[in-house]
Design a protein around this ligand. Sequence first.
Ligand code: HPA
Ligand code: ZN
Length: 324
Amino acid sequence: MQAFIEGMPKAELHVHIEGTLEPELSFALAKKNNIELPYDTPEALIAAYDFHDLPSFLKIYYAGMSVLIDEDDFYQLTWDYLEKAASQNVVYTEIFFDPQGHTSRGVSFDTVITGIRKAQTAAEEKLGIRSQLIMCFLRDMSAESAMEHLVMAKPYLGWLVGVGLDSDEHNNPPVKFREVFKLAKEWGLKLTMHCDVNQKNTLEHIRQVIEIIGVDRIDHGVNSLESDDLCELIKSHKLGLTVCPVSNQFVVQSLTSNEIRQMLDKGMLATINSDDPAYFRAYMNENLIALQQEGDFSREDLKTLMANAFTVTWLPEDDKQVYL
Ligand code: HPA
Ligand code: ZN
């Protein structure tokens, strides 16, 4: 089964590029940029990954970004992720990035997006892995800041396929960003938002993303299973759900394999993803292997999960058919 999983051509639709920062690269960049890390070795850094819920994870995730300074750093970060993904037979990936995590530290938007883009282009040429970029807004920052960043992105619209919403969901409902997402849609961008597992008001948030924001996909969205109405809405809108088993293991102490099974039984378009693989120590293959083992998923189940992913990608329809 492991060989079957490793050999499958895969699509990944929920991965934060800043969450792919491996401890070794973190140390190399800290040295290059003269930044002092509070750890002596990459192993000591990994040992300090003590997260048990979303806020405790986010604290470590934002601290990790401090070593990313110039265009080359963003290039190397993205190249390393794409190389690793390609080595796991990921043939297509849609990558999130968090510009506000960088502009708030004095790194320019242009530096971030240009470094990422150059690595995407090089990886497609040299490794054959195709990718598209999704700009995420931090929901614990203001709607005004999100709007400023959307406007900053205007000259780069051709490099973006969509916008997303991530970070701390507590008291930061989707409707807070209604105008930002309305404008992004007018500019031709696809829309997605995180509805993380077991957050306060999660069912209301899931309803808002579908009925008010009009998203094209939902990140996580696992709690929709608690409402027949929401499941029906998700199915009728043919919305993909980007579920992240090992991430869930960290933040809610469950791989949510039962929930993923229920989604498949109901015909919902569940997909499997890594979220922040360097922090959770699991890329696509490790997520799929852990899920398969815990939930006793068959080859057919795994094929369905991967067909779902290709179905809900934001590739042009003709291009999708190549993979399906
Ligand atoms: N949830 C919310 N924000 C995030 C995540 C996540 O899983 N990963 C990186 N930013
Ligand atoms: Zn995420």
